[in-house]
Design a protein around this ligand. Structure first.
Ligand SMILES: [Zn+2]
Length: 235
């Protein structure tokens, strides 16, 4: 059964996440709902108070995600549809063929397949290897950060609708595969953000001054990235 809390007219779903240690995550859905991603066994009254105290901000964010969902609608992959890649909008063109492959030519993503019903799977499979190369490049781009050598163990990526990235205390970083769809300067921001967590594990002033030091315009990038949130809930 779904756990829910109610605050004024808002019905908010509560999801316990075993991997969360401290903070509660606010997941704003493009359909205008909010999900609280919480560490295990947080009291209902604590969540209720937290929502109450942040109500103005929550209402504002819910309003924004609904607006943003209109600008970047969640994608549905089909012949003739559009998919984002590194911030570009590619049109999918099914090419009838005995062999199965995906070829990108400029803003066209040609999907060669015997039937159009393979298009979705082929496009979904097309992203992860590109995401791997993208993250490898961006991690390399920050390889001079002085604390990495001692603290950075590994990275990987996977599709999730919860967050753009995460960093464990013991030095393992997870990136969201969906990031391959957004402009590269925003990926650069997420990668730096997670790498900074290797040095400072919270979002306190030390963390943000580290971000400022290496990326003075990180706030602008974060704002732009927020606009891409709806892609987390598409294909
Ligand atoms: Zn963070």
């Amino acid at each position: 059964m779904k756990r829910e809390i109610r605050v004024e007219d808002l019905v908010i779903e509560v999801r316990e996440n075993l991997r969360r240690k401290r903070n509660v995550g606010f997941l704003f859905q493009p359909n205008g709902r909010l999900i609280l991603d919480t560490p295990p066994k947080v009291e209902r009254s604590v969540l209720q108070t937290m929502v109450q105290e942040n109500l103005r901000w929550i209402r504002y964010r819910l309003h924004k995600v609904r607006e943003e969902a209109r600008i970047h609608p969640p994608l549905r992959i089909h012949n003739g549809g559009h998919v984002p890649y590194l911030g570009d909008n590619l049109v999918i063109l099914w090419v009838k063929s005995d062999e199965s492959k995906v070829v990108r030519t400029g803003k066209v993503l040609e999907v060669h397949a015997p039937s159009s019903r393979y298009v979705r799977k082929l496009v979904l499979d097309w992203y992860p290897p590109r995401a791997s190369r993208l993250f490898a490049k961006q991690v390399e781009r920050w390889s001079e950060l002085p604390w990495l050598r001692a603290r950075f163990k590994s990275w990987r990526h996977q599709y999730t609708s919860a967050q753009w990235g995460s960093c464990s205390e013991d030095g393992h970083i997870n990136f969201n595969t969906h990031l391959v769809k957004v402009p590269e300067c925003l990926v650069e921001y997420v990668v730096l953000h997670e790498l900074c967590h290797l040095k400072v594990h919270n979002h306190g002033p030390k963390f943000y001054s580290l971000m400022h030091e290496y990326m003075p315009d990180w706030e602008e990038r974060r704002r732009e990235l927020n606009g891409w949130q709806p892609i987390l809930f598409g294909d």
